[in-house]
Design a protein around this ligand. Structure first.
Ligand SMILES: Nc1ncnc2c1ncn2[C@@H]1O[C@H](COP(=O)(O)OP(=O)(O)OP(=O)(O)O)[C@@H](O)[C@H]1O
Ligand SMILES: [Mg+2]
Ligand SMILES: [Zn+2]
Length: 274
């Protein structure tokens, strides 16, 4: 006969029948008996079917949250934009912003299709109109959906490429560009601010921008750009190579224009506690 003291008493949803404890929910056995070396019988608790299912569910959720935390850590989203979401972004004060908000939210709702087709977005407009903010809403939402996202700009990318030239670097330039080219979603903030030409000559950065974007184009992976410049301005005013901009044009299946006053002006009106 089972001595309940051996198993520290019954837990919730359990009943004893003969020598065995059963789950009252799934009817499964909750004990396992082993013959010990010294000849005595040992009793151990085991999970019934419903406990095992619950355990697996929790384990799956734990892994999902860990994956999201890892992606977030590597995403390079700037601190200022880490907590921005579609759900905590106010609309109603600027029509072009609201339109972009709607399209970009819809973009995230169709993430599977978007990724499969390599559809990107080009967010264009004056300073402070919310482009980086919306790009961060997209990035944060896609991370919550467990996609790998890298949020960066060409200053950072070229800085990282230069770091690979250091003999102590354990990453090669090829590997770094491969990583950037194949990540699920890439956000390039502020394209067009780089110095593309010096004394009429293409700078090294110009070649690297082409290299990264061309690889991404070939991989057919979605890229989200923000810029103060239109695509023709990237060529005519910023001196970017025509063939680079031509690829951006095809990668950015939607161009969303932001107009109006800077949100930064509004933010200065916030009452301060000092
Ligand atoms: N709808 C909004 N409601 C409140 N604050 C916002 C909204 N959109 C943007 N902001 C905030 O306004 C500031 C400026 O926005 P953001 O950085 O996105 O501008 P931007 O268009 O990227 O400008 P720039 O071209 O200078 O990079 C940020 O702090 C951002 O979080
Ligand atoms: Mg910005
Ligand atoms: Zn059970």
């Amino acid at each position: 006969m089972l001595d309940l003291k051996e198993i520290d008493g019954l837990e919730e949803n359990e009943r004893v029948e003969g020598d065995m404890v059963y789950c009252t929910l799934c009817g499964g056995e909750k004990l396992e008996f082993l013959d010990w070396i010294d000849g005595t019988r040992k009793v151990f608790r085991k999970m019934c079917k419903c406990q095992k299912e619950e355990h697996d569910k929790q384990e799956c959720e734990r892994k999902r949250l860990q994956r999201i935390a890892d992606i977030k850590k590597n995403s390079m989203i700037p601190i200022r934009y880490r907590s921005v979401r579609f759900s905590n972004t106010s609309t109603g004060s600027n029509q072009t912003f609201d339109q972009a908000y709607k399209r970009c939210k819809g973009y995230c709702e169709q993430s599977e299709k978007v990724l499969k087709n390599g559809w990107g977005i080009y967010l264009q407009g004056d300073k402070g109109t919310g482009k980086t903010h919306i790009a961060a809403c997209i990035a944060n939402e896609l991370i919550e959906q467990c996609y790998e996202v890298l949020f960066t700009n060409f200053f950072e990318i070229t800085k990282e490429i230069k770091a690979t030239y250091n003999s102590s670097s354990d990453v090669s330039e090829i590997d770094l560009i491969e990583k950037i080219a194949t990540i699920d979603f890439l956000v390039i903030d502020d394209i067009g601010t780089e110095t593309m030409k010096k004394n009429g000559e293409d700078t090294w950065i110009q070649e690297k921008i082409y290299d990264v974007l061309n690889k991404r184009y070939n991989e057919n992976k979605p890229t989200i750009f923000t810029s103060n410049n239109s695509l023709p301005e990237l060529v005519n005013e910023r001196g970017m190579m025509d063939k680079t901009v031509d690829r951006i044009m095809e990668m950015a299946t939607v161009i969303l224009k932001f107009e109006g006053q800077s949100f930064r002006r509004e933010m200065r009106k916030v009452a301060l506690p000092f």
